[in-house]
Every structure is written in C-alpha cells, then in structure tokens.
Design a protein around this ligand. Structure first.
Ligand code: BTN
Length: 240
C-alpha cells in the first residue's frame, strides 16, 4: 500500500500497548516527524480523558505524528477529513461528527480521535470500529475497503487540494485556521437547535446547539444566552 507523503514513514505492529505510546517512544528515540504507527491490536489503547479504548483484532488503530500546531480545532479538522474519508469509501454512508471528535452513525460511536502534544510534535490517534462485535460496538459497514485503504484515503483527503483551492485541508488549516471549515463542520454535525449537554468534569450545562465558532468552540443557547466551550464533551438528548 502506498501512502501519501504527509503520512511519513509507516511502522506496522501486529500487537502493541498503544500506537500513541509507541509514537512517544519513537520521538524519544529522536525519530523525526512525520511518521505513522499502525497496529492490528492494542492491549492498552487509550481514549480521551484517559479512558480505555477497546482494540481487538480487525479494528483500525493508528497514530500520525506530525509538526505541532497550536490550534484547539485540530481534532475538528481531523473529524472532517475522517468523515469525508468514510463517505468516499462507503457511498451513501450517514456519518456525522459529535463535537469535538467522535464520529457517529445512527447514535452509535464508530470512531474516535485523540489529539496530544508531545515535545514539539502533535500525535493524532484514530480508532475506527472496523471489527465485528454486534453486541457492544457497531462497525462501519463491510465494503470495498481494507484497513490500509481507509488510512491511505484519510491521508489523501487531508493532503489533496481542497474545494478547488491551491491548498489541501491540512495546509489551509495551517494557513487560515478553522474559520474556512466552520461551514463544512456544520454540515457534518447534528442540527442547530438539538438539545445537548456540554460536560466539563462534573459540570454539566444544558442548552440547544447554536454552532461552532472560528476557534472550534461549541456554542450553546442556554435560556437565550450564548455560552462558548473550548473543551469538554457533548451528550445529545435522544428525545429531540
Ligand atoms: C476517544 O474517542 O476517546 C479517542 C479514541 C482514540 C483511540 C485511538 S486508537 C489509535 C490511538 N492509540 C490509542 O491508544 N488511542 C488512539
């Protein structure tokens, strides 16, 4: 499989603790970015908020190590690229982004994104449910794709010219920030007015989804007041 240059050197593992941990070890060993770690299974996969990320064989687990970019909207851009990747590979697939970085199909989480800063690098870890466990985890549908094609298409999506511009999604984001992508994100996320909770630690704020802002923050209409959150997670009220 040929991967676009943006992925850098590819390191494969059949079993590993976590592709994020391996990327940190490579950086400690002075391997330079970009590079990508891909594993068939992880025995200590990690999610956001130090949660475990269940990583059986057949799932898609990779970490892309690249130059650090100080922008809180990185995970939103990656979510846009990943959602578009799945739409390209699975025509008609209904996938949406739940702020800040979950991919959802019919209320089921099918992929997650973890963005970490390490030294002067950015580690972007992506887990996609491509394994079959109908009871607890929903996979993306079987189709004309392999794991490596998903990963390669993701890097193509990130690095090919974006919407007739001279720049790719990733270059545009470096140059102009998140603002040009707000519209794309709004098309891929839940509708405005959806009743949601924004959860920050023990603090829960309820309101109606207003939009995402130019810094990637989520805005919530709570009793007529627009509140902005740059971090946290969202729970969607299913009755709306
Ligand atoms: C989340 O939704 O909480 C983020 C999950 C990120 C999981 C991926 S799988 C590849 C990489 N290695 C890890 O240990 N975690 C990320």
């Amino acid at each position: 499989m040929i991967f676009p240059d943006i992925a850098g050197e590819i390191f494969y593992f059949s079993k590993i603790d976590s592709t994020q941990a391996e990327a940190k070890r490579k950086l400690d060993d002075a391997i330079s970015v970009p590079f990508t770690i891909i594993a068939d299974t992880q025995i200590a996969g990690v999610g956001r908020f130090e949660r475990k990320w269940y990583s059986p064989n057949g799932g898609t687990y990779f970490t892309w190590a690249t130059d650090y970019l100080d922008n809180p909207a990185v995970s939103l851009i990656i979510g846009i690229a990943l959602a578009n990747t799945l739409k390209k590979l699975i025509p008609g697939y209904d996938v949406s982004i739940k702020w800040p970085n979950d991919l959802i199909h019919h209320n089921d989480k099918i992929a997650g994104i973890l963005v970490e800063k390490y030294d002067n690098s950015l580690l972007i870890g992506i887990g996609i449910n491509t394994f079959d466990d109908k009871d607890n985890y929903k996979s993306i549908p079987a189709g004309e794709w392999t794991r490596d094609e998903i990963i390669s298409t993701f890097f193509h999506t990130l690095s090919s010219p974006w919407k007739n511009s001279d720049f790719s999604i990733w270059e545009s984001f470096f140059l102009y920030g998140f603002e040009p992508f707000v519209h794309d994100f709004m098309e891929l996320t839940f509708p405005q007015g959806t009743e949601i909770d924004v959860i920050q630690g023990k603090q829960v704020t309820t309101g109606r989804f207003h939009r995402v802002g130019v810094n990637g923050e989520i805005m919530l209409n709570s009793d007529g007041e627009i509140l902005r959150f740059l971090s946290g997670e969202v729970s969607i009220k299913l009755h709306t």
